[in-house]
Every structure is written in structure tokens, then in C-alpha cells.
Design a protein around this ligand. Structure first.
Ligand code: 13P
Length: 251
């Protein structure tokens, strides 16, 4: 369902007690509003505890930052979608550019992760986005098209309806170089058009497409006002309660 969403990806940051303090502060700085879904993506080890902490707020949900592509077995150190679902999380980030880069995850593997997430009633937040070389060579739209086609377009319409997309241009992540609202809206509109071609108007209009990449309290309002931008996936600014709350409250 197309919803306004502000999600915070903590990446590999925060001890458990630091995470609890951050969540308490965010809760105190934001009003209960089901208009905007707020998602917190802490490290795996904090999922159950943060889910419990947020259980009284129906406008908040928890996401994992990744999942394994197989449900169980001899995979030392890995975490399955089934385990994530049992922690209380409802979402899982799949295909973040840092996983694509540092863990060499390709679209074929990510498609399997999407399948296993859906089979365990987790909604994937599927990340796509071009790198700076692709942007400079003006092939960013093709890059993004390949990622959604190979990662998501095998899904049935009913399953695709459960997916959230996050457009995160790699050159904008953690760099302070935000895409302009014009650049971001252009790619979001392209993504929605591709979904329309594959699944039709109703499903494309239902799909929440989030922007990520140096999104902060000063630029969020303009980005979120674009017609095809349905919120943000926030990294650095989600680690500071005042900044994350300001982004939520600016929407
Ligand atoms: P920054 O907001 O730190 O650029 O990170 C974005 C991101 O990667 C969220 O998943």
C-alpha cells in the first residue's frame, strides 16, 4: 500500500543502551500519527528489544537491515527471515548498496532474499540506485531498471504490492551530496513508470518509493513534497534523535 514512510537505517551503529535512549528520545519528539509510518532498522541483535520498546506505538515498526536467502541450516553467523519475523520486525531492508558492495550481493541473490522475506511475512524495503560512474555516463536509469527488473519483477502482483522501494543513489550516501529534488523526482517517476508497464497503474500508484542519500532536516521537506517521493530512508541523520524527529515532523 502506498504510504508515507520515514525509515531510519542505523547501519552498524549504537549499543543496545544507546539505541534505547535514541528510541525514547524519538518517541518523545514525535506525535502519534498514523499518517506517516516510522520504521527503525537497528542491528540484528537489537531487533527484539527495540520491537518491544516500540510496541505501544502503532505508527512505528521495526526493520532488519538484511536477511539470509535460506530459511535455516548450517550457515554460521547468518540470520534468517524467519528469525527476524519472530523478533517482531515487520520489514527487512534488502539490497542496500553497502551489502551489494561489501558483501558482493548481486540481483540474483537479492531476488532470493526478497522471496524468503515475503514467505515469512516480512515486507522487503528493496534498495536500488546508480553509482557515480553510471550517473556521469548518463546510464543511471538503465542501472536502476536492471536492479528492479532482476530483483523484483519475478514477483506476482500480490507479492509486489508488499514491497517498498528505496532509491538511494550511491554517490549521495553518506557524502553530503543529496540528489536535487528534480533529480530524485525524475528517477522516482521513472521507477513508477517501469512498475506501471510491468504491473499496471493501480499497483504502480500503490507502491511507496522512498529516497535515501544525505537526506536531512534541511532538505527532507522539499524532497518529500515531490509527487513520486513517498518518504525517506535515512542513514546518518537517523542516529540523532533531534535530526530524525525533525525529518519526520517536516513531512
Ligand atoms: P545517509 O543518510 O547517511 O546518506 O545514508 C543513507 C542510507 O544509506 C540509508 O540506507
Amino acid at each position: 500500500m502506498r504510504r508515507k514512510i520515514v525509515a531510519g537505517n542505523w547501519k552498524m551503529n549504537k549499543t543496545l543502551s544507546q539505541g534505547h535512549i535514541l528510541v525514547d528520545e524519538i518517541l518523545s519528539l514525535t506525535n502519534v500519527s498514523t499518517d506517516i509510518l516510522k520504521i527503525i532498522a537497528p542491528p540484528f541483535i537489537h531487533l527484539a528489544s527495540v520491537s518491544e520498546q516500540l510496541s505501544s506505538r502503532t505508527d512505528f515498526a521495526v526493520a532488519a537491515q538484511d536477511c539470509h536467502h535460506i530459511n535455516s541450516g548450517a550457515y554460521t553467523g547468518e540470520v534468517s527471515a524467519e528469525m527476524i519475523a519472530s523478533s517482531g520486525a515487520k520489514f527487512v531492508i534488502i539490497g542496500h548498496s553497502e551489502r551489494r558492495l561489501y558483501a558482493a550481493e548481486n540481483n540474483e541473490l537479492l531476488a532470493q532474499k526478497v522471496n524468503i522475506a515475503l514467505a515469512n511475512n516480512l515486507s522487503p524495503i528493496f534498495c536500488i540506485g546508480e553509482n557515480s560512474d553510471e550517473r556521469n555516463a548518463n546510464i543511471h536509469l538503465e542501472a536502476v531498471r536492471t536492479q528492479i527488473k532482476e530483483g523484483l519483477f519475478h514477483l506476482s502482483p500480490a507479492d509486489f504490492n508488499k514491497v517498498i522501494i528505496a532509491y538511494e543513489p550511491v554517490w549521495a550516501i553518506g557524502t553530503g551530496l543529496t540528489a536535487t529534488s528534480h533529480q530524485a523526482q525524475g528517477v522516482h517517476n521513472f521507477i513508477r513508470t517501469e512498475i506501471n508497464k510491468k504491473y499496471g497503474k493501480e499497483i504502480s500508484e500503490n507502491c511507496s518509493i522512498l529516497y535515501g542519500g544525505s537526506c536531512n532536516a534541511s532538505n527532507a521537506k522539499e524532497l518529500f513534497s515531490c509527487i513520486d517521493i513517498d518518504g525517506g530512508l535515512i542513514g546518518g541523520a537517523s542516529l540523532k534523535s533531534a535530526d530524525f524527529a525533525a525529518i519526520i515532523n517536516s513531512y
